[in-house]
Write a protein that binds this ligand. Structure first.
Ligand code: HEC
Length: 185
């Protein structure tokens, strides 16, 4: 009789163990090919943002850094650094992705903005006229002197090749260079 109880106890333990495994199991295979766009935090303010482009849907929620899940795929007010974005489905199962938010100084942000306006397609989206691609922050920062010499001084000729920058935009480059030509200036 005693042995029977031990056997029953063992069985309950085994079954209990099994049902415990069932919990996390139901979320196995929750994999989303999460696609997003992001914006840096500018000027020492937590104003970075991430927009989840995929997956989208009425039954999905989005959260960042374990914050409250929200309906909107626009995650705003983010600090620079590593952010963990979570896509949560109807079943409460989720997939996450790590997104690095850069910290731009205001002068760099202005220069970056004018490049997007003027330097494509020759140097942007993979373009590399004259061997110079300016898609990444690191390539812009590393090219600060060439950018100044070509866009402000116009030596040997002005960039953009199809027309000079306005005086205001040239000044943005000069201000950034004088401040130290870093990402954070
Ligand atoms: C319509 C195309 C076009 C646009 C727009 C353009 N460039 Fe260029 N760029 C070129 C070509 C072609 C070369 C190579 C010939 C040369 O150096 O003049 C070049 C070369 C360069 C170089 C490398 C050569 C060097 O002197 O170091 C830099 C840096 C550069 N461009 C900066 C810029 C910047 C910054 C912008 C935007 C503000 C810009 N360019 C806009 C066509 C363009």
């Amino acid at each position: 009789m005693k042995r029977l109880f031990i056997l029953a106890g063992l069985l309950v333990t085994l079954l209990g163990g099994c049902s415990k495994l069932d919990g996390p199991d139901r979320c196995v295979g929750t994999n989303y090919d999460i696609q997003f766009t992001k914006n840096p935090a500018i000027g020492g303010v937590n104003n970075g943002s991430i927009t989840v482009l995929y997956p989208r849907g009425d039954t999905l929620k989005y959260a960042v850094n374990n914050g409250t899940p929200q309906q909107s795929p626009n995650l705003t007010g983010l600090a620079p650094g590593n952010n963990i974005v979570k896509v949560i489905n109807q079943k409460g199962c989720s997939d996450t992705i790590h997104v690095m938010i850069a910290a731009y100084g205001p002068k760099y942000a202005a220069v970056r903005q004018l490049m997007i306006g003027y330097c494509g397609p020759c140097h942007l989206n993979g373009g590399s006229s004259g061997g110079k691609n300016l898609d990444t922050d690191s390539s812009i920062v590393a090219s600060w002197d060439r950018i100044r010499i070509r866009c402000v001084n116009g030596l040997p000729t002005f960039m953009p090749q199809n027309g000079q920058l306005t005086a205001i935009d040239k000044q943005k480059i000069t201000d950034w260079v004088n401040a130290g030509h870093r990402l954070t200036d």
